[in-house]
Design a protein around this ligand. Structure first.
Ligand SMILES: Cc1ncc(COP(=O)(O)O)c(C=O)c1O
Length: 393
């Protein structure tokens, strides 16, 4: 293990690096499921826990271990576990902790599948769930006036970029006995450090900005050693939501350029937000570091940059939003995000189409809403593409 008190830019290139006996420069890809032992006694000792070594890739793999250690170092966490998808990570976090009769309190503005696990799956197992308006500290205070085991939140939220005051909510959650899990996908590791703000566990879909090139899927949970290598690891080893070592290796290599990419993506997003804020075809624009954001002061305090996502409302509803999207020549229509290519989606008819009209209204998603994930292209090409498309709409 080579994790040292380096800057994040150095840790994302060198954190967790372990070289094999071949002294390779780049991280090795260990694409194997099993391991061999020099003797039956060694195998017995490994299974007894007397010998620390890899025994089976559902339990651990050298390439995956490098990724886990690098992500933990970047996040300022003691330990990490990597999963096959972001949803596998989210599910493992709640399933490894909650028992029948327990309580989970969550912000309402969550990625759809996270919302559904809490809303539909956990109650089947006797877990009480309560959703709150994540932007209201009074709502959190009321919900956390009773004991809870988990507080789950996403900030900024998908797609409306609502901000939760992580520090204040973590204090209330801890007083109620709850472990705080933060989905930090939209903020990215360079934009926000939930552990420094008091969170216990940080969750990622590595599919997004960590891979950053729209290739492979992955998820991560980063936090205290006692939880990660305790209840979580026990659940993980039994249920097996592992990442392929190949996908882990792709993400390891992507991490080397993550801060460069995200820096450019956040800068592009801020420029796009500034252009949209003054555009006559736009009747509302959300960007955390733009002065018009309703929680601008909190976003400036909590986030190092405004993030790579911008959400806006096109005047004229769905026909105008669709006309704008169909007229784009550089920017692609996609429900994915975090790619080095700029992507745009219409949450009302895609990512959030399974929600009821009332739920969408509650979250502020209208038929004119578009969510843009800024890529690394030249800003003039992106602004030119968007303004030309808005002219056609
Ligand atoms: C905020 C957020 N959390 C979690 C997930 C789930 O991640 P995955 O698709 O890797 O399972 C996503 C995916 O879009 C997301 O945007």
């Amino acid at each position: 293990m080579t994790n040292k008190p380096w800057h994040k830019d150095t840790l994302s290139v060198r954190g967790g690096l372990r070289r094999s006996q071949f002294d390779e420069t780049s991280e090795g890809l260990f694409l194997n499921s099993g391991y061999v032992y020099p003797s039956a006694e060694d195998a017995e000792a490994a299974f007894k826990g007397d010998l620390e070594r890899f025994v089976y890739s559902r339990f651990g793999n050298p390439t995956v271990a490098m990724l886990q250690d690098r992500l933990a170092a970047l996040e300022g966490a003691e330990a990490g576990l990597v999963t096959g998808t972001g949803m596998a990570a989210m599910f493992a976090a709640v399933a490894s902790v909650l028992n029948a009769g327990d309580r989970i309190v969550a912000s309402r503005a969550l990625f759809g599948a996270c919302y559904s696990i809490i809303d539909q799956v956990l109650p089947r197992w006797g877990v009480e769930r309560e959703f709150v308006d994540g932007t209201s500290l009074e709502a959190w205070q009321k919900a956390l006036s009773r004991p809870a085991q988990i507080v789950f939140l996403e900030s900024p939220s998908n797609p409306m970029l609502d901000i939760v005051d992580i520090k204040a909510v973590a204090e209330m959650a801890h007083a109620a006995g709850a472990m705080v899990v933060v989905d930090n996908v939209f903020a990215t590791p360079t934009g926000q450090s939930p552990i420094e703000l008091g969170a216990d566990v940080v969750m990622y879909s590595l599919t997004k900005f960590h891979d950053g090139h729209g290739r492979v899927m992955g998820g991560a949970l980063l936090g205290r050693d006692e939880f990660i290598n305790g209840d979580l690891l026990k659940f993980f080893r039994m249920s097996g939501p592992v990442i392929s070592p190949f996908n882990a290796w792709v993400i390891l290599k992507s991490l080397e350029s993550m801060s460069l990419r995200v820096e450019r993506q956040a800068r592009n997003a801020a420029r796009i937000a500034a252009m949209l804020a003054d555009h006559p075809m736009i009747d509302a624009m959300r960007y955390p570091h733009h002065p018009s954001h309703p929680q601008h002061e909190l976003a400036m305090r909590q986030m190092n940059h405004g993030g790579p996502l911008v959400t806006f409302n096109v005047k004229g509803g769905k026909p105008a939003a669709f006309a704008m999207m169909n007229a784009l020549e550089v920017i692609d229509i996609s429900n994915n995000l975090g790619d080095s290519k700029t992507l745009i989606c219409h949450p009302y008819s895609t990512t959030h189409s399974s929600l009821s009209e009332a739920e969408r209204m509650d979250m502020g998603i209208t038929e004119g809403t578009a969510r843009l994930s800024a890529g690394v292209e030249h800003i003039d090409d992106l602004i030119g593409d968007l303004t030309a498309a808005l002219d056609k709409a």
